[in-house]
Design a protein around this ligand. Structure first.
Ligand code: ARG
Length: 235
């Protein structure tokens, strides 16, 4: 397909780290669906192949290890574009804007990180949320006990069962959790980190990157992006 080499012929293999709704998660039938999945399906269609998804820890995705090892062609994991990651991955143009948010169980009166002094705050390992919190704790000399969880499900489970006082993750992910579990948690504070998500390819894979960027541009201009946004993110 137009000179684009794929790790497995006839298939566009995507690395992601589940669950990360609304960007990628399993539906009742076990099929992986979501905002990122829908956008990468457009890339696959453009290449006249189908998308196949590999679920793998975020660490290997953001470090470039999985792409370099040929585990997948593209990484689509609600992944924030950062300067550090740019050294080991080639990112598409941004496809989504995000910020960090602090979630607490409904009824808790926490509004700031300062109020979490001496308490446990959960983060997701390897993410920008973890980096942000560690930097804040250091800069403000906070006595928060930061607890790192291996994936979003573990983090949300810890919050739901009161093992941590609060949890930090990307705002759209909390919004989705609140939609799925009404009344359980609230967003207590937002941190405007100005993050942008990008899809990533192995460094130097310019042909595939071009196809990804073209698919994003086309979707933005023909209304497909807005439809996908309405389906997975809402108004
Ligand atoms: N946006 C955050 C980051 O890039 C979190 C991404 C986590 N993604 C996932 N699929 N588990 O660090």
């Amino acid at each position: 397909a137009g000179g684009v080499k794929l790790v497995k012929s006839g298939v566009l293999t995507t690395c992601t780290h589940l669950p990360y709704a609304p960007f990628q998660s399993k539906d009742q039938s076990g099929k992986v669906v979501g905002f990122d999945v829908a956008l990468i399906d457009l890339v696959a269609a453009k290449l006249k192949v189908t998308q196949e998804i590999v679920d793998t820890p975020f660490e290997g995705i953001k470090s470039g290890t999985d792409l370099n090892a040929g585990k997948c062609d593209v990484a689509a994991a609600g992944m924030t574009i950062t300067d550090e990651r740019k050294k080991v991955l080639d990112f598409s143009k941004p496809y989504f804007d995000a910020t960090q948010a602090l979630a607490v169980l409904t009824g808790k009166q926490v509004k700031t990180l300062e109020e979490l002094a001496g308490k446990r705050l959960g983060v997701q390992g390897g993410t920008t949320g973890e980096e942000y919190i560690n930097a804040q704790v250091k800069a403000k000399n906070l006595t928060i006990e930061v607890v790192s969880y291996k994936d979003l499900a573990a983090l949300q489970q810890a919050l739901a069962t009161n093992q941590i006082e609060a949890a930090v993750n990307d705002l759209p992910v909390w919004n989705e959790y609140i939609k799925a579990n009404p009344g359980k948690v609230v967003v207590a504070a937002g941190f405007d980190t100005g993050e942008q998500y990008g899809f990533a390819v192995k460094k130097g894979n310019a042909e595939l990157l071009k196809a990804v960027d073209e698919a994003i541009t086309a979707a933005r201009s023909d209304g497909t992006y807005d439809k996908i946004y309405a389906t997975w993110i809402g108004e």
